[in-house]
Design a protein around this ligand. Sequence first.
Ligand SMILES: Cc1cc2nc3c(=O)[nH]c(=O)nc-3n(C[C@H](O)[C@H](O)[C@H](O)COP(=O)(O)OP(=O)(O)OC[C@H]3O[C@@H](n4cnc5c(N)ncnc54)[C@H](O)[C@@H]3O)c2cc1C
Ligand code: FES
Length: 356
Amino acid sequence: MSLLKSLFGAKQPKLVEVAPFGISFEMETNQTLLEAALKAGIPFPHNCTVGTCGSCKSKLKEGRVNALSDFGYTLSQQEIAAGYILACQAIPKDPMTRITVEPLVSDAPPPEKYTAKLTGTEALTHDILRVTLELDRPIRFVAGQYANLRLPGLDRERNYSYADAPEREGRKTINFFIRKIPGGAFTEALFSGQLVNAALEVEGPHGHFYLRPNASPMVCIAGGSGLAPLLSLLEHAKHTRVKRPCAMLFGARTQADLYMVEQIQAIADGWADKFVFLPVLSHEPADSSWKGARGLVTQFITDALPGIDWNSAEGYMCGPPGMIDAGISSMTEQGMSLESIYYDKFTDASHSSKMP
Ligand SMILES: Cc1cc2nc3c(=O)[nH]c(=O)nc-3n(C[C@H](O)[C@H](O)[C@H](O)COP(=O)(O)OP(=O)(O)OC[C@H]3O[C@@H](n4cnc5c(N)ncnc54)[C@H](O)[C@@H]3O)c2cc1C
Ligand code: FES
């Protein structure tokens, strides 16, 4: 033992235990929890590794961690207060750390790479396009999941949720609903029309947003292009005769920003239980013809399925980060547990301090 170690004591190894895998391992200096878990052979859910996708969300049961970037870009304040962390951004501080993570979706195949051609776009609103890709072979996914799209020449991949219900044999033609982000490298090129017939790489499926098997009421909230994974999930649930009360709240700015309304109504008509569709407009001119709900979509969650048992209900949300955070607050205020709220936050590079 060196003189310094004998004077100050040998540095204690840091141990980590991950439930439900029941595997524990030793951390190397400056490793993140995700890096160490993957090295230990744990199939730990992850995708971006930079703290934006939320795939590695886990709950800290024992010990403290240092955060490489603010968990608040991706997690809500309620989740952070309840002990949730992002394993890809967490470095343990204490000799013992215990975390739990929800395992990967069991029905989803492992992600693979596909080559694809962007075969068409269609304007759904002034700033949302339906984008169609033709793949080299069919891709299988679980309703609600997303893919990584990589355009040659761009620094990194972008995440987009499948807008269609999956098919048993996989889908060779896939659609996404993509919103234009001012100043965004991929979406500016897409909306300028430059990418029609472009070759892309698609990698997937990814993600934890899928319908949990349950008979309790489900409250869904979509904002903007966040409608894509919810349409996929609800369409699939309708085909498979899922029987549970469902509220679908769709937040948009004005009537011109509502889209796929007939498709949502068709899902409502074929749903095996009660289904309430509630579009909510935040910026519709006061003197317009709109007779529906006005305000922030998250303010209307109690109107859609009045009298439900919020303690057993589940929440499903996709869209802009602010809407998701407000939705988590509204749902937990009603008594829904944080563990029963599932979402994909459509973060972009402006939400991360670590993006290039
Ligand atoms: C799980 C998941 C699923 C998603 N699904 C969808 C979907 O179905 N549909 C959809 O429309 N979107 C979805 N998104 C969002 C999408 O992946 C992209 O983030 C978005 O399309 C932006 O791509 P872009 O290349 O146009 O913008 P980017 O080039 O990523 O830029 C985004 C914004 O950040 C700014 N910016 C760039 N770099 C920095 C920096 N270093 N610091 C600060 N600001 C910066 C840019 O000026 C721009 O305003 C999803 C996101 C996630 C995480
Ligand atoms: S892998 Fe940790 S947030 Fe994406």
